[in-house]
Design a protein around this ligand. Structure first.
Ligand code: SF4
Length: 1018
């Protein structure tokens, strides 16, 4: 408990010299009852040598699981789909509680025999009684569990000479099991035991610890008469006194408002923690030391991470009691992530490799670069499975090595070789990981699992070291805690001979949740944050209780599914009188010590329904008001969390918002002057909602001349390509992201279910070209129909060489679609063979090198006069040129996918500029021949969409081209929301509806108008 650590420290800080033997010695990784620790110290000499096995709560669940599985009566009647693990955990708790309450098995059997409920109730109780008897047999006299320790401690008190002259002081009301009460009563007979006087509401008195203690020789003593006298708090202010004495009592008396208790409402847990941080900082400014402030968490699992994160960011020193679950630590998380890698899903593997402190230097000869592996594995289209990793990474490495051999700069060669080495390194790591996961499967004894996991930790989790202030390093204790969990698995051997891996994983996860991160000692004063139990007994000057909402605190009470309350009452132990109903008095008791206690109920996080304040919260307000409060009247007592002034803000963001709210534009200007980030964000918001195009939505008007030169397709170093200009026509902003900024979409590879449209087009292009080219070389043209598609099969196999499809049925269907496409294309080619004969393929212009196969080509780019004294250089490749019988040319550009319905408008806005460029290129490549026809060949539907060669030479085409080029050169990149559904950059731009709304504002801008008008050209 926090009190065991903090009270002696505070006492020492008052100048009292202390020789301290502290009970309880805080557990290494969790908080324990002081009574049990004292009992263990007393009983240890008598228990040593009895050969008892260690025992913890995890053992209860395992034993319960085994007993359920082995029960001769068939166990509880559970539906088949109910997971057994959680049921066993709940049963383990029930059985352990019965044992700690010293209930003999025959008593439970008698309760089961006398069951008067339904037959199901009788069967449940009989099963429980059977399991409990077995549970007792397995444990009694064999293990050093709490019941054994407490039982042994009672007689051992007589021989505990070291207790002579001792005085025991209980600083907080206790909630004890029967065996603990028996030990405490015996202790009170052996040495003086006293308890600190507490004021509590009269209605709580009968069920509190006090009557039992009074009856067993544990009198009350005021703090001034104990060793804690120097810590005695001053008299509490009236409001706090009212809470101490009247909480949950019938309301009465005049209202008390003295500022010592504050009821605060906040919209959500994060806002609650900020409200509390603000009040703690205010108190600190008034001189309250941090160590005299407490945050009591009724739901520690939910709030502890929030507070540690916020306090860490704000630099508020704090100490958690107990610390966060072990699973929050890097080593524990790494181990759990490693387990998630089963199946080798790419995302899971990459998360593990980039997060875990893996000692790669022991695995790889070269330095490892996990940061590069993510993109690499994505490029290799790896989804999951070792086979895919092997094939994909090998193919990737091979392709990179081949690429490195091609002509190019030394830097390019080195880059490709480096990528190949990266792929090989990653493959080695993944293969090792796969072997490791294989070893973590099957069935084995606990001892063996423990040893195997030890090995896994040694190989995959580097002993983390932390630098000390003096420059040396110390080992981080979190890894030790993880290894302790792994080692402790061996002790489960006493329960199960062998278990499958799945159960081992469940046990580890449960223990990482239950065990705590090693508590780092606070170097100075720190705010204490902790769970109710852990903080009991520690006085504070300022205390906060977040989470007082309906269902939050008090939480939902769930009955024990195995033993209902009346049945439990019937089993009460005869060892000591039955105690009153269990209750939690933590917050009320702790509030007694506080100068201020602001319970804070969250109102409603954004998007969630409003939550009601809890009974505790309403009771506190009613006690202060002196009357029962309705919801409407409660509001008078609740304040919202608002910074009082900029100085009251807890961080820069909050301070800036406050300044802007109070000071308007002038304040915003001042903030912007001092913060680049704020300034830019403000400009962005303002610019995007202006009625003119701005730099924040695609206008790059003010660029240095050098950059502008590179942007302008006319003056750029490289010729423009038709497909690039087509991107601009679809969406100018996409052109900016893709072609100017070079932003690459990072798409997560998926299991292949079909051929992507681009892949389908690529396969078709390659097969069609090769088919026609080979026939041309052999003099076998014009085309004659054939159903020999061997080269199509080859192309498809090549396509998936690095990523073999898993869904073979779906893949076969995709293959069949490509075959059908090729067969129908061949049929059309054969039917039209008389009109023209294929002559040239992949005829390039402006690409410098000659294409393979000795096709005609033009090394220099095409120069198109824009009519303003400038010329646009264009490069490209004509898919195919046919010759008619009269020698004239027919040009075509293959398209896969459906042809657009509106063929009249297909060239509007320049969306398909390839064919017009081809017409011009062909005219320069074959000056003595005219182009008779040019079209887009939509091979899926067998539809041809023609372009009039005369239009390409008309002023209309030139105007369109000039408009496009000028818009790009002048940096006008307008967003086009209608193109969003097919765009990979939606994450950059945001929702389409928002873009449309902003575009409506800007439509009247002449620059936007200029781009929109281009669509009507052509
Ligand atoms: S998401 Fe829409 S607006 Fe943004 S680049 Fe893509 S198409 Fe253009």
């Amino acid at each position: 408990m926090a009190a065991a650590i903090e009270l002696p420290r505070r006492l020492a800080s008052t100048g009292r010299a202390l020789a301290l033997h502290r009970f309880p010695e805080p557990g290494r990784d969790h908080y324990r009852s002081g009574v049990r620790d004292l009992a263990r110290a007393v009983a240890e000499p008598t228990l040593l040598g009895r050969g008892l096995r260690p025992w913890d709560r995890g053992h209860d669940a395992r034993l319960a699981a085994r007993l359920m599985a082995q029960d001769e009566g068939g166990g509880f009647r559970l539906p088949a789909d109910v997971p057994r693990g959680p049921v066993a955990a709940a049963l383990g708790r029930t059985l352990a509680e019965l044992r700690e309450e010293a209930v003999p098995p025959e008593r439970l059997e008698a309760v089961a025999a006398a069951a008067v409920g339904s037959p199901e109730d009788g069967a449940r109780l009989s099963t429980l009684a059977r399991l409990y008897r077995r549970f007792e047999e397995e444990r009694a006299g064999r293990v050093a569990d709490p019941a054994t320790v407490l039982e042994a401690a009672v007689p051992a008190l007589e021989d505990a000479d070291w207790l002579a002259g001792t005085e025991v002081l209980i600083v907080e009301d206790l909630e004890l099991h029967a065996r603990e009460r028996a030990f405490l009563a015996a202790l009170a007979r052996r040495v003086p035991v006293r308890r600190l006087a507490r004021v509590r509401p009269p209605s709580l008195e009968p069920s509190s610890f006090a009557p039992w203690a009074e009856a067993h020789g544990i009198p009350e003593v005021s703090e001034e008469k104990t060793i804690l006298a120097p810590l005695t708090p001053k008299a509490a202010p009236p409001a706090l006194t009212r809470l101490r004495t009247a909480l949950f009592e019938p309301s009465g008396g005049a209202e008390v408002r003295d500022g010592s208790v504050e009821l605060v409402s906040a919209p959500g847990e994060a806002a609650e923690s900020r409200a509390i941080a603000r009040r703690l900082l205010r108190a600190a400014a008034e001189g309250v030391p941090f160590e005299e402030m407490g945050v009591i968490l009724a739901r520690a699992d939910r709030y502890a991470p929030l507070f540690t994160d916020l306090f860490g960011r704000l630099g508020i020193p704090h100490q958690l009691h107990p610390s966060l679950p072990l699973r929050f630590g890097r080593c524990a998380r790494s181990l759990l992530l490693l387990f998630r890698c089963r199946g080798l899903a790419r995302t899971a593997v990459m998360e593990f490799l980039t997060f875990a402190p893996v000692p790669f230097e022991k695995m790889l000869p070269d330095q490892a670069w996990p940061s590069r592996w993510d993109a690499l594995s994505r490029d290799a289209r790896i989804v999951s499975g070792l086979d895919r990793w092997i094939v994909g990474l090998r193919a990737h490495a091979e392709a990179e090595r081949e690429g490195a051999e091609r002509p190019g700069t030394p830097e390019r060669r080195e880059r490709r070789l480096r990528r190949a080495r990266d792929a090989e390194s990653l493959l080695e790591v993944v293969q090792t990981l796969s072997a490791e996961l294989d070893a973590l499967s099957g069935v084995a004894p606990w001892m063996e699992w423990s040893e195997r996991l030890r090995g896994v930790c040694d190989r995959w989790i580097r002993p983390p070291v932390r630098p000390r202030p003096d420059g040396t390093e110390e080992e981080n204790r979190e890894r030790e805690a993880v290894l302790r969990v792994v080692d402790e698995l061996a002790s489960l051997e006493a329960i199960d001979a062998e278990v499958p891996w799945g159960q081992v994983e469940e046990v580890i996860e449960a223990r990482f949740e239950r065990k705590r991160l090693p508590l780092e000692p606070a170097t100075g004063g720190a705010v204490h944050i902790g769970a109710l139990d852990a903080m009991a007994g520690l006085p504070f000057r300022v205390v906060a209780l977040p989470g007082l909402v309906e269902g939050g605190y008090p939480g939902v009470i769930r009955p024990d599914p195995f033993l209902l309350d009346p049945e439990r009452e019937a089993t009460s132990s005869p060892i000591v009188p039955p105690r009153g109903p269990r209750r939690r008095t933590g917050p009320a008791q702790l509030a007694l010590f506080a100068d201020k206690a602001p319970p804070v109920p969250p109102v409603a996080p954004a998007g969630e329904p409003a939550r009601l304040p809890s009974l505790f919260f309403v009771a506190a307000a009613s006690a202060l008001a002196g009357e029962p409060l309705t919801a409407a009247r409660l509001e008078r007592w609740v304040s919202d969390d608002e910074p009082r002034s900029a100085d009251d803000a807890i961080d820069a963001g909050e301070r800036d918002r406050l300044r802007v709210r109070e000071g308007g534009k002038a304040a915003a200007d001042t903030i912007a002057a001092g913060s680049l980030f704020f300034r830019q964000s403000r400009f962005a918001v303002q610019g995007r909602w202006k009625n003119r195009l701005s730099p924040w939505d695609g206008l790059l008007a003010e660029l240095p001349a050098e950059v502008r030169k590179r942007l302008d397709p006319v003056s750029a170093e490289w010729p423009a390509s038709a497909s690039r200009l087509a991107v601009f026509s679809a969406c100018g902003f996409q052109y900016l992201l893709k072609n100017v900024l070079g932003l690459e979409p990072a798409l997560e590879p998926e299991e292949r279910r079909r051929l992507e449209p681009l892949e389908k087009g690529d396969v078709f292009h390659r097969v069609a070209e090769r088919f026609l080219r080979e026939r041309r070389e052999r003099g076998e043209l014009p085309v004659v129909y054939t159903d020999d598609l061997e080269m199509a099969e080859e192309a498809l196999d090549h396509l998936v060489a690095g990523s073999p499809p898993r869904f073979t049925v779906l893949w076969e269907r995709a293959r069949a679609q490509v075959r059908d496409l090729l067969l129908s294309w061949l049929a059309r080619e054969a039917a039209a063979a008389e009109r023209s004969t294929p002559a040239h393929f992949e005829v390039s212009f402006g690409l410098g090198l000659a294409p393979s196969g000795g096709e005609p080509h033009r090394p220099e780019p095409l120069q198109i006069d824009l009519g303003d004294g400038r010329a646009l250089k264009v490069a490209g490749k004509i898919d195919r040129i046919d010759r008619r019988g009269d020698g004239r040319l027919v040009l075509r550009d293959y398209k896969t996918g459906r042809a657009p319905r509106d063929e009249g408008g297909i060239f509007k806005g320049g969306k398909q500029l390839q064919v017009p460029f081809y017409i011009l290129a062909a005219a320069s490549l074959f000056p003595d021949t005219t182009v008779a026809e040019a079209f887009l060949d939509y091979v899926d539907g067998g539809r041809l969409v023609s372009v009039d060669p005369d239009w390409v030479r008309s002023p209309g085409f030139r105007d369109l081209l000039r408009g496009l080029v000028e818009a790009i050169g002048q940096g006008i990149f307008v967003q086009e929301p209608s193109a969003c559904p097919w765009c990979d950059y939606t994450q950059v731009c945001g929702p389409r509806a928002l873009l449309e709304a902003r575009l409506r504002y800007k439509r009247a801008d002449p620059l936007v108008q200029r781009v929109l008008k281009l669509r009507d050209l052509g």
